[in-house]
Design a binder for this molecule. Structure first.
Ligand code: ZN
Length: 89
């Protein structure tokens, strides 16, 4: 939940966690804030990305993704030792 106080009329209201999540998901990486209109005077107030981030529901822990083992085919051993034919004397 984010509590917002309008800088113009000092009306305060809050955004629910769900609203925050929706807003945050809609932010582009370039957006450093979200512009929210005051419900009372319609002045645009800025909610910073950080404020939104802090109000987000706890993010799910990232699952551990072990690096997949690379199955590199080992080059076949070169067996160049040719059995020398035994010389019969
Ligand atoms: Zn206002």
């Amino acid at each position: 939940m984010v509590k917002i106080t309008c800088f113009k009329c000092h009306w305060s209201w809050s955004l629910s966690s769900e609203e925050v999540k929706t807003i945050f998901d809609a932010l582009t990486p370039e957006d450093n804030y979200y512009a929210v209109g005051c419900p009372k005077c319609r002045r645009v107030n800025k909610v910073t990305r950080k404020q939104l981030q802090q109000a987000l529901p706890r993010p799910a822990a990232e699952p551990d993704t072990p690096e997949s083992e690379v199955d590199e085919a080992a080059p076949p051993e070169q067996n160049s030792e040719e059995a020398a034919p035994e010389q019969e004397s």
